[in-house]
Design a protein around this ligand. Structure first.
Ligand SMILES: Cc1ncc(COP(=O)(O)O)c(C=O)c1O
Length: 390
């Protein structure tokens, strides 16, 4: 595995990506970049499919190319092709799982926390009217520890015995907190609660095995940390649980025994899908999620270790290595976070983003990526300490 601190090595990797001149981008969590090679191939595929139109799609793509790509996707997450179906993004995958989970009866309870993604919260709340369930909403205590998170779920399961289904976010988009998924899924199983895992930020920066985690239902995208073109995601259903998710809105193009019936049948972004073999090859060549994840965690540690001790700066994400990844959020205590984020940009050329909606309030989210250097992190540390002292 490459040394996470080897700046020369990682700057050579960074050279594979084209960057628009502008601010130092510390908001790499929204979506990822394609490498120059992936972009070039994607553009070729766009031009080719535009020329060939349905001829290539009907004669080749639908006659086996699509299956090969699906097999490669399954390999990426160490599962069988029968467990995965492409979607356009994580939201589509998660909404389908939530909408079509068929084991809920009126009066059952479903669970979300303040750290879930808003569209997931919305879809789970929608189940109240659609399935007649009660939606239980909990806020996580802050700061959280591995044990406190697991205990919070254990307590919730005991308090609400009619719970049947919960949403769980692997990497929360507000603070980058990495949930102890395996331990929570174990506790959920003991209480007869099914988990729908939102893996949007996990894929590509955390190496995981869904079967080992005890997860039967999950949604992902491929455009954050894998480096694929935008508009690709997928859902995962453990094959032995397929019958618990109905075909999506009467979907009939695939038999009910096929996971692909759990998404809408539509014309996909063929050129993007056709680019995936190269995307996966590059991901593997970089050392996969463990190498990429280790590099971005190192960059995260570099700034957090220097600003966490500073009075007036509150880093919201745990330092337990099991509980964080690239993304980490912080606050300038008692200040208007929007003003401070604007000052980071205007005075120090640092592009970050604000996140709100969790119990701890608005925070500034910092997400280094593969193109981020240790020098960029130095600019951030200097900016935070100076603005804090100002
Ligand atoms: C935690 C989380 N879940 C879901 C999503 C939605 O992903 P997509 O844009 O692929 O639908 C995001 C996007 O940022 C996210 O951060």
């Amino acid at each position: 595995m490459p040394n996470t601190r080897d700046e020369a090595y990682w700057q050579a990797i960074a050279q594979r990506y084209d960057l628009e001149p502008g601010p130092i981008n510390l908001e790499n969590g929204y979506f990822g970049r394609m490498s120059r090679a992936v972009l070039a191939q994607y553009q070729e595929h766009v031009a080719f499919i535009n020329r060939s139109n349905s001829v290539h799609v009907r004669q080749r793509f639908e006659q086996g190319e699509n299956e090969q790509i699906r097999r490669q996707l399954a390999e990426l997450i160490h599962t069988d092709p029968e467990a995965v179906a492409f979607t356009r993004n994580a939201t589509e995958a998660l909404q389908s799982l939530i909408r079509n989970y068929n084991r809920l009866q009126p009066g059952d309870q479903v669970l979300i926390s303040d750290l879930e993604y808003d569209t997931v919260k919305g879809a789970m709340r929608w189940l109240a009217g659609y399935r007649g369930v009660e939606v239980i909403e909990v806020s996580h205590a802050h700061p959280a520890s591995f044990d406190s998170l697991v205990q919070a779920y254990r307590d919730t399961f005991s308090r609400y015995p009619r719970l049947k289904l919960m949403a769980l976010t692997y990497v929360t988009h507000r603070t980058g907190l990495v949930m102890p998924v395996e331990a929570i899924a174990q506790a959920a199983q003991e209480h007869g609660v099914d988990v729908i895992l939102d893996g949007a930020h996990a894929l590509g920066q955390i190496d995981f095995d869904l079967a080992q985690l005890g997860i039967s239902f999950a949604g992902f995208n491929l455009h954050k940390w894998i480096g694929a073109p935008l508009t690709l995601g997928f859902l995962y259903i453990a094959p032995q649980r397929l019958a618990d998710i109905d075909p999506d809105m009467g979907e009939f193009h695939y038999p009910a025994t096929d996971v692909r019936a759990r998404t809408s049948y539509s014309t996909p972004n063929f050129p993007a899908l056709m680019t995936l073999p190269l995307v996966f090859e590059e991901h593997r060549a970089l050392g996969g999620a463990s190498a990429k994840g280790a590099r971005v965690k190192y960059l995260r540690d570099l700034w957090v270790s220097q600003v966490r001790p500073v009075p007036g700066v509150e880093v919201l994400t745990s330092d337990d290595p099991r509980l964080y990844c690239a993304i980490t959020a912080f606050k300038f205590t008692g200040r208007d976070q929007q003003v401070m984020a604007d000052r980071l940009l205007d005075e120090y050329n640092l592009f970050t983003t604000l996140r709100s909606g969790a119990a701890f309030g608005t925070c500034i989210r910092v997400t280094p990526g593969l193109v981020t250097s240790a020098a960029d992190i130095g600019v951030l540390v200097n900016a935070i300490t100076r603005l804090n002292a100002d």
